[in-house]
Design a protein around this ligand. Sequence first.
Ligand SMILES: [Zn+2]
Length: 286
Amino acid sequence: MADVDPGKLRFGPEIMARLEQLGSISHDRGALSRHFLTPEHKAAGELIKSWMEEAGMQARFDAIGNVVGRYEGLRPGLPTVLTGSHFDTVRDAGKYDGMLGVVTPISCVKALHEVGGHLPFAIEVIGFADEEGVRFNSTLLGSRAVAGTFDPMLLDKTDAEGITMAEALHRFGLDPARVREAAHNPENVLGYVEIHIEQGPVLLNEGLPVGVVTSIAGANRFVVRVEGQAGHAGTVPMDHRQDAATAAAEMLLFIEKRCQGIESLVGTVGVLKVPNGATNVIPGVA
Ligand SMILES: [Zn+2]
């Protein structure tokens, strides 16, 4: 491998400028919203693809709409280290979430390319088309396709306008019957590394520039319906009540207590609903 001049690795300004550029490709004005298989997805993907090509990579959209750039190793066809992140966003997103992990490795490869450097393995940078799952209410579609775990049943899912994923792929210029072609053969993959902004306060509080994680939160999500008995708030004595909202509140407190006991275990109740709630009615359901 050729020596890389450390001066050439100072790509900070380029990375920051590109994050601004990507952050301006949005469906909404004044807020960053970019969802799967939309014109904004296409525009952002084309931009990423052009940066990959400039960095000496072979770049393409894959069968699910991810952007994949490949930089060969010492000889073509060597096993590959995958890196990348997502370039879709939630609604009103931050411009670093996901995109940092797409833009940064492109600049790293560019530094290598500028000195004609090649590693004993190939590098593929992947911009994942969908991680957040906003449009079809199903997350990680891009990486599932790459991992070969994309369930074709998902193609029937519809967005808020009733457009199926299969139809959206068609409109994007992709063939839904060929999604499986996005899968990588695990035998050719050495590993996967991702750069991502921290979305918690730990590094900031500790004054640390970077952290190396060994695992990622694996989420289980539940919708729980608590049934009690509705009643008049003024006339039902306390010891006759079955208040669904207070029962739910006890569950929340239990979850908090349970998770405080174990390091790295977290638990959140993000949605609380008391259907048809009123100030003078004991909640029958929560
Ligand atoms: Zn993210």
